[in-house]
Design a protein around this ligand. Structure first.
Ligand code: SAH
Length: 369
């Protein structure tokens, strides 16, 4: 609930306190956690007149974890997102499981105030050996809570740790890597890349630690070129590729990806283009759309006839429809006739609440040029 919708706050306004939301007429509408300093003033957890049960958070965590455990869509991996914030009716909480370790990110004053309750519920529901909290410095600043990176329970292993997803093995830097260390949200797309890669020269643009490059190597790619501006991420990518596809010809380029596709004359039969969020705010959309179009346009110039191009956008401000228009513009300017073979979204462990469409941030387009 945004601050503009709040006329007044009655009673003590402790960060994270349970608050009862009333209509202008005084009718009870919902309950949520108060964030007195944030633009999102209340994180709604329970709708209706009934006050939330005292074990609401614990019960929701248990149900989120149980849902992953018996999901056929999540078979054959030791690493899943256990709690996806609003998508699991737990705004402010993200928890990812990497083998026997749970990595937790708290992004609201309400969840930060319930750190111990959250940790013990996750521990009970998963039986995982250890739990680790990742700092979200931006959220802490916005919400006014103290950052707290470190062990939540158990003996946390040294980073990086090894995970295994559909026979692909990755090292994950859960302590200092991006997000909670790994892009679990690209699992289905990695499966797709593995299934398409055989015999193809593959470009993994914005490669991070080689999530897609490894999938391509496992799928029998003729070569993998991984490009990222972070030399540290590429070092893990190098180790991951050596472990998974020791015979694949690999190249690692620590470079600006936008420049790379502009300047190189190399040719590829499978290109994955997975930039970081380019439109965090609505007012960034025009600039971001241009950047997406540019990188796709120059990517298409590197694409052999019949090549597959898997392009992603991870800003909820740019949805599937707009992203398709961007791809259309890129194809027009590259003078290539491009077909959309598939539209991808987040996988089953990243559910989106029907009440919270902003949770749908990831769009992928599988194109054939
Ligand atoms: N494809 C990856 C995730 C990519 S995240 C995976 O599936 O694991 C975005 C990546 O883009 C980050 O690793 C970041 O270091 C990199 N990055 C950001 N700006 C960049 C730029 N201008 N050029 C190259 N890489 C960039």
């Amino acid at each position: 609930m945004l601050s503009g919708a709040v006329a007044r706050v009655e009673g003590p306004a402790e960060p994270g306190a349970w608050s009862c939301v009333r209509s202008a007429e005084g009718e009870v509408l919902a309950y949520g956690h108060l964030s007195p300093h944030s633009r999102i003033r209340v994180r709604l957890l329970a709708f209706g007149k009934e006050p939330p049960a005292s074990d609401l958070i614990e019960a929701r965590i248990a149900s989120a974890v149980a849902g992953r455990a018996d999901s056929a869509l999540l078979a054959d991996t030791d690493s899943v997102r256990l709690v996806n914030s609003e998508g699991d009716a737990l705004p402010g909480l993200v928890a990812d499981r990497y083998g026997d370790l749970v990595v937790v990110k708290l992004t609201s004053a309400g969840m930060a105030a319930r750190r111990d309750e959250v940790a013990s519920a996750l521990r009970r529901a998963t039986g995982a050996a250890s739990g680790f909290e990742r700092t979200d410095a931006a959220a802490a600043r916005r919400e006014g809570f103290a950052v707290n990176q470190g062990a939540l329970w158990g003996r946390v292993p040294e980073a990086p740790i090894a995970i295994c997803e559909r026979r692909r093995r990755y090292l994950v830097d859960f302590a200092d890597g991006q997000k909670t260390g790994f892009y679990l949200d690209q699992r289905d797309a990695r499966d797709l890349v593995e299934s398409l890669a055989s015999g193809r020269r593959v470009l993994d643009l914005f490669a991070y630690t080689g999530g897609f490059g490894v999938a391509a190597g496992r799928g029998g790619a003729a070569s993998v070129t991984a490009v990222d501006s972070s030399a540290r991420a590429l070092e893990l990518a190098r180790q991951n590729l050596a472990d998974n596809a020791p015979d694949c010809a690999v190249r690692f380029e620590s470079a600006d990806a936008f420049e790379f596709v502009r300047q190189r004359a190399d040719c590829f039969e499978l290109l994955v283009i997975d930039p970081p969020p380019l439109a965090r705010r609505r007012r960034d959309v025009t600039r971001a759309a241009r950047a997406h179009k540019d990188v796709l346009l120059f990517g298409l110039r590197r694409a052999a006839p019949g090549a597959f191009v898997l392009a992603f956008c991870c800003s909820h401000h740019i949805g599937p429809e707009l992203f398709r228009k961007i791809a259309f513009g890129a194809a027009l300017d590259a003078d290539r006739s491009v077909r959309v073979l598939r539209t991808l979204g987040p996988p089953a462990d990243h559910p989106v609440s029907i009440d919270h469409p902003e949770g749908h941030y990831l769009t992928g387009l599988l194109l054939q040029a």
